[in-house]
Design a protein around this ligand. Structure first.
Ligand code: ADE
Length: 230
């Protein structure tokens, strides 16, 4: 999979893309991540990429020309399955949306900043608009990092134990059960006996029950969905 992120603040994405699972996925050549700086595509002699909004509203708007130049260049080089714009007024990201995106080959993710991008960028180029939640960030970069991470960890062979993505919270609409590690007894707080029993069937039943218990208690809305889909 190839993900091309377009931003006016590339350094904001450096760290999330250079560590842990995203780093390993790139090293293993399972994923190619590229970050493009909008400023490299402006034809303006002062390298201007934003301007005041028409109509007098406060705040700067990212201009269409450099973004159009860059997106058209990328589109001339390969076909993209989705061109995504990160925005608080997009469809709210969830696990099933991420599962679908993880099956694609080439994606562009455009990050807004300031007041966002000229509406014509959205009208002409964007195929999907995604929000990571009902709150406003200073720009789309952190949201793009969240989306990229959520997608990439689902691609086969990215995680060393492949089953661990399948047992994630939200796959099947269930929250994940609790996990424990050594020591088995911390200052009198003991790990449930069943997990030390070595009985895999019993352990698996216990984990399933805990996942259900946890979902009912913490996310009754998700539990409703599970019941409806039964
Ligand atoms: N840009 C600013 N806020 C955002 C959000 N909540 N989701 C996605 N992109 C954003």
């Amino acid at each position: 999979m190839r993900i091309d992120v377009i931003t006016c603040l590339p350094s904001l994405l450096e760290s999330p893309f250079a560590h842990s699972i995203l780093k390993r996925a790139q090293e293993k050549k399972i994923v190619e991540l590229n970050v493009y700086d909008i400023r490299d595509y402006t034809l303006d002699k002062h390298k201007k990429i934003d301007d005041y909004a028409f109509g007098g509203e406060a705040g700067m708007v990212l201009m269409i020309e450099p973004i159009a130049l860059l997106i058209n260049k990328l589109k001339s080089e390969r076909q993209y399955d989705e061109i995504i714009y990160m925005t608080p007024d997009g469809s709210q990201m969830n696990q099933s949306m991420v599962n679908q995106l993880s099956l694609l080959k080439n994606i562009i993710i455009l990050c807004g900043h300031y007041k966002g991008v000229d509406q014509r960028v959205r009208d002409i180029f964007i195929t999907k608009e995604i929000s990571i939640g009902d709150y406003v960030l200073s720009g789309g970069e952190l949201a793009a990092a969240v989306l990229t991470d959520a997608i990439i960890r689902l691609i086969p062979n990215v995680l060393s134990d492949e089953t661990s993505a399948l047992t994630d919270t939200f796959q099947d609409n269930l929250l994940a059960p609790p996990v424990y590690t050594r020591p088995a007894n911390f200052e009198g707080n003991e790990v449930p006996d069943i997990l030390l029993s070595g009985n895999h069937q019993k352990i698996s039943e216990w984990l399933d029950n805990k996942a259900i218990e946890r979902t009912k208690e913490k996310r009754p809305d998700l539990w409703e969905k599970v019941i409806k889909e039964m």
